[in-house]
Write a protein that binds this ligand. Sequence first.
Ligand code: AMP
Ligand code: GLY
Length: 424
Amino acid sequence: MKVLVIGSGGREHALCWKLAQSPLVEKVYAIPGSDGMRDVASAVPVASQEDILDFARLMQVDLTVAGPETVLAEGLADKFRDAGLAFFGPSQAAARIEGSKGFAKELMEKYHIPTAAYQTFTDEAEAVAYVKTQKLPVVIKADGLAAGKGVVIAQTEEEAEAAVREMMEGRAFGSAGTTVVIEEFMEGEEASVLAFCDGKTIIPMISSQDHKRIRDNDEGPNTGGMGAYAPAPVMTDELMKTVRETILQPACDAMAAEGYPFVGCLYAGLMITAEGPKVVEFNCRFGDPETEVVLPMLDSDLAEIMMHCVNGTLSEEDVRWKDGYAVDVVLASEGYPAGHTDGDVITGIEEAEKLGCHIFHAGTKKRSGSFVTNGGRVLNVVARGATLKEARDKAYEGVSAIRWRGMQYRHDIAAKGLKHLENK
Ligand code: AMP
Ligand code: GLY
């Protein structure tokens, strides 16, 4: 099989890496890919959706996999399916589960999927009046795709009003802010459960946990994710069963019933509250950096699973997991997340690999034979271990081998998970 992965980050490197291991796969292309992925995929600099489709036709690609949500929201999956080509990722209609928070909330309400109570507003004055009646903290979200940044957790009435005004009037998030969702603040620990879905059958992957803030102890501004581990001990077997029965299967059934069955990876961002797991958000694609820890734990053939999803033949026995844990520490460049510093020379990647880590490149570029920083999140240092502690220690050993000017990372990745295990 020839496989094409759309995207260029750490998630896509992990997808290419896992797909390349399949005995069925003879060739992996990535559009646009990156220098850092060349160990497993050929990077193809193609810009438009039409060109991607033409490339897939020309090279007789057997399976195309979407990394980021943007191409799905633009309808790339539909174009491929219309052309009779296999595509792992939801249609434009199904991708609204991530693309519009209002849409996702309505679907959850209609099908009784547990989530925070909410109201949607298109009128600023009404939104401001409503937000003043809410218990604090209160959560204000821009409706559309805002690259994970359209969420404000307001601690005071003033902050809440300012957030609504900024989103609706100041268009802080462009057209994403013309509709705002105001919702109840959920207290608890967050976890992610990604799931393979073929339109009717949905099989959860092992749980994982992201670390969204830049600094230790979840302090500082939000980022694209500073690390992850899997499985997440907070998600007990019992909770996983609840998530499957009350969230994932109902969401999959709901989308089929509404006429837009979901094919691809459905990502449930969860809050484990005192009343049980509730949905913070759905994403219509693999999570980043969750993918970088979940895929190394997958024992089965990813290409085979994805073909089952595309063909509507997914079943439980297709998805098996390795024992143990995986930990990913993200290394970011100077200035991230406000900005980033490109061009700093990175050393120690091979040393980290010799220590048993696997490196997925997120934002690097090759210059005169060396990798240099080329983005905010730069590298994912991933290690597996029989225990979470072993995986964590090994990942940080790898981290200590890598250096560049201004490199930053969190020192407490997996700490929450280790605490759960201690308390067992
Ligand atoms: P979202 O873009 O919807 O994933 O929100 C980004 C982050 O804001 C989430 O990962 C949570 O940490 C937080 N968040 C969003 N909605 C809520 C909520 N209703 N209660 C508590 N935290 C939330
Ligand atoms: N890890 C957060 C996301 O992929 O959206």
